[in-house]
Design a protein around this ligand. Sequence first.
Ligand code: HEM
Length: 505
Amino acid sequence: MDAFLLLNPLFCFLTAASFLAWFALKRRRTNQQQRVQPPSPPRLPILGNLHQLSALIHRSFHALGAKYGPVMLLHFGSRPVIIIQSSAAAAKIMKAHDLVFSDKPTTRTLRQLFYNHKNLFIAPYGEYWRKLKSICVLQLLSPKRVQSFRFIREEEIAICFEKIKACCSCSSPVNLSELFTSFTNDMTCRASCGKKYSEGEDGRRFVRLLTELMQLGGRVNVGDFVPWLWWIDRMTGFDRRVDRVAKEVDEFLEMVIQDHLNSRGLEIGETGHGNHEDSVVRVLLNVYRDNTIDRDSIKAIVLDMIVGGTETTAAALEWTMTELLKHPNVMNKLKCEVRAILKDKNHTISITNDDLEQMHYLRAVVKETLRLHPPIALLARVARQDVEVMGYGIPAGTMALINAWAVGRDPATWDEPDTFKPERFIGSSIDFKGVDFELIPFGAGRRRCPGIGFAMAGVELLLANLIHKFEWELPRSEDSDATEQPGSVTARKNPLFAVATVAQF
Ligand code: HEM
């Protein structure tokens, strides 16, 4: 070989670069071939594993997990999805690799309903999401602001009492499911929009729209997982329905914003105490004026609060009362605790945060309920890059579904996992704030729920009051059926009825 060529630096550089590129390519191919995949049930050509899933998808995963283990690979159509069903594996996704798994999967429907990803729930991880999350955590749902909404909770609890007393006086059972839904709906609406929109023509329309939005958003469509079958959603009229609901929700939220702009500084709360100055919309309008967010962002965040805070909190209340009614011994123990602390405090307004802090058994009851019945059973994430989880190679773009329902029933963590036993939390430091991966009803890591304080303030105050002021039992006709309703929030399929009598002190 010509000595000149050998010494030519450009030639040497090119040779070295080609060799490195060849080596990197070879290594990548070998890695891909050697990537160990999680165990996976056999699948069908077009559907993948979709045919193995029932409407209660978290239960199907749990059943498959008994055979394939806590990390398994399924295919939704052509899309690979890893299913995570133990606390150790959940910690890998939401702690060790939290940044890698900080994106959320989305669908065409969600994009249309939530302002093209401008809400916090599905916004991709990045600058915009970080800005929104900090507004939410520091301004909209901070402990101080949650405390400032206390008068709303008190007024709404007083309304619940009136409804319960009306049932007592005509000896009819109370529809607790309905009561909890209107309580959480009105509480969240007043905090977000400055007044409640559940009454009158506009209110009824909004409640109907929200129900429809939840149904559409929670639906799994073939077109989302088998892209070439997109036309089915158009043929069935689904796409038209989504367009209509998105348009009507937008008109409604525009009206809420306009209401705020028209009533600047005026007290217009429906009960005479509400004030637009306190509301989430008002705070967001101030941020908007600083040009930090746009008008669609305001509407998307308000929608997040209402959608994220209403059904979830109502389901938590509904499941807690379901378990208490099924376990009279737990109900009695709770009654003793609550009544010993509150004694003759007969008005909600006199129950202090210190009183609630002392109710350790109440807190244990709520934790145990959320362990067995997390309102959002599946936490969804997407891998932003290739990653190794528990020895398995997970390629970028893979969806991860963490089954919070199964994690709460993992026999490796929980003794007698299917038994309702609040005592397990007495003297235990395990909490649901996202640090202990055995109990993740609010998720964990960067995408953790920012509404824990808001939700728990309402749940604890209402439960303490219900137990303090009334005696509760199941109607004679009612068996303790507690079948779940399929959907994005796991609530009871049939409404919960209970007979109330005013407690005698
Ligand atoms: C018992 C009631 C509630 C439960 C069980 C619940 C549960 C959850 C869960 C599981 C997540 C996903 C977390 C993850 O993927 O790691 C979440 C996210 C979220 N929740 Fe809640 N939530 C509740 C109440 C609320 C309330 C009251 C609000 C607001 C008023 C709220 C607003 C949100 C928002 C905005 C997100 C998205 C956070 C993000 O992606 O960064 N939630 N919630």
